[in-house]
Design a protein around this ligand. Structure first.
Ligand SMILES: Nc1ncnc2c1ncn2[C@@H]1O[C@H](COP(=O)(O)OP(=O)(O)OP(=O)(O)O)[C@@H](O)[C@H]1O
Length: 403
């Protein structure tokens, strides 16, 4: 198999100085203290010729650093990197542009930096101008361009210099829809010609529709590399988990900061116990069929007087991402608040179209003042049994079509 990029044990370390001028100081006094920051750690990957590779990863994961090393804009701290053929890269929208020069002059400047002859660029000039499609702005200094115009010009140059490897970093995010489509079409042509493409995008939809392989980078390390479907799926699961974690932390922080929301120890004010799930026959279980009613109950005792006691519930997925939360303000959720009696709340969630999987149920009891009592939750998740395939995601959505 022919490879266009071979990367072995690639590491990039940035030196972080306490103060910006320490960087300069270090040129003269080598002993200036700095911290090492690993933007890339021991990346090894061989990229075959003719693949369209999506590069996935959160902000700061190291994607741009990797692309900069491949294009030679930055140098590795250790490891080796071999590329075959002419590389054209659109890394940052401003990269390579001289703001004082016009669009046309910048086209020639780029040709120069890519080692192209002027006469070869002369032939491409009209194609680039047509592709960029920014009208008379092409004769104006680039400093007067909007970010969309810069992206147009940058992309137009990158794809019209006949590269063997095309590298595109998020450039499409600033263009309008028509321009995005045009870029994708041009990239499809490249793919058909058997050229190698590296494509960084936060749009998983675009990556899925365009790339046949993907790599996923996290904290400077290569987590996985393989077919797009598989890697995007794993990455989506990871993002979902991250979101759930973040949300949990934010909720806790909000609770800690918000003085209006008083959290009272439930033992002092309210006690809940005996949480149970039951099915439509009244039998205790936490396993349900698709579309079956989910019943649950718990006991509570009110120990201090409170006005307008209400209940609510939340269903979360296996990673604690919220799927549904009932309305906390609803008058329909008022419950009995007589003191010192044991009350039982029985709830029924009807006709649930949740797809097979595990889910968490929890809920709170609120009073009129906004004080809430984290009162009940199932220790074990409830489960919807596997049944005929109904699709992916959380819910079955009824659909129809005409042909
Ligand atoms: N010149 C530099 N000096 C110090 N640290 C840097 C430098 N360039 C990048 N970094 C750090 O290296 C890490 C990786 O940055 P990089 O730009 O490669 O991330 P990315 O995955 O492309 O992120 P994004 O999706 O936000 O563009 C970040 O933590 C960043 O702050």
């Amino acid at each position: 198999m022919e490879h266009s990029i071979r990367i072995n044990n690639l590491t990039k370390i940035y030196k972080i100085y306490k103060k910006p001028w320490h960087r300069i100081k270090n040129i003269f006094f080598k002993k200036t203290k700095y911290k090492k920051f690993y933007a890339l750690k021991n990346i090894s990957i061989d990229i075959p010729k003719g693949e369209a590779i999506g590069v996935l990863g959160k902000n700061g994961a190291g994607k741009s650093t990797l692309l900069k090393l491949i294009t030679g804009v930055a140098t590795p701290s250790s490891g080796t990197l071999k590329t075959e053929g002419k590389i054209s890269a659109l890394l940052e929208l401003t990269s390579g542009f001289d703001n004082e020069l016009t669009g046309i002059e910048n086209i020639y400047l780029k040709a120069l930096t890519m080692g192209m002859q002027k006469k070869d660029m002369d032939k491409q000039l009209q194609r680039i101008i047509d592709f960029a499609d920014i009208g008379d702005h092409i004769y104006q200094p680039v400093r007067t361009y909007s970010s969309g115009m810069k992206a147009r010009l940058g992309f137009a140059i990158s794809v019209n210099v006949d590269p063997d490897i095309l590298i595109v970093d998020e450039a499409l995010s600033v263009g309008d829809d028509v321009f995005k489509l045009k870029c994708i079409e041009r990239m499809e042509e490249f793919k058909a010609q058997g050229k190698t493409i590296l494509f960084v995008s936060h749009s998983l939809f675009t990556v899925k529709s365009f790339c046949n392989k993907c790599m996923w980078i996290k904290d400077g390390e290569l987590v996985d590399y393989g077919d797009t479907g598989e890697i995007v799926h794993k990455y989506e699961v990871f993002l979902k988990e991250e979101r759930a974690k973040q949300k949990k932390e934010m909720t806790e922080e909000a609770r800690n900061n918000n003085k209006n929301v008083q959290i009272l120890s439930k033992k002092e004010v309210l006690e809940t116990k005996n949480f149970k799930f039951f099915n439509s026959k009244g039998e205790e279980t936490n396993i349900f069929d698709y579309e079956e009613d989910i019943g649950y109950s718990f006991d509570y005792i009110v120990k201090k007087p409170m006005k307008g006691l209400k209940w609510c519930f939340t269903i979360r997925d296996a990673e604690y991402g919220e799927i549904y939360g009932s309305d906390k303000r609803s008058e329909n959720h008022l419950i009995n608040n007589d003191m010192d009696l044991k009350h039982t709340l029985k709830a029924k969630l009807r006709n649930i179209k949740l797809l097979p999987g595990k889910y968490h149920l929890s809920g709170e009891l609120w009073d009129e003042s906004g004080a809430f009592y984290v009162s009940y939750s199932n220790k074990k998740p409830f489960e919807i049994r596997e049944e005929g395939f109904k699709g992916t995601g959380y819910f079955y959505i009824d659909h129809e079509y005409e042909n």
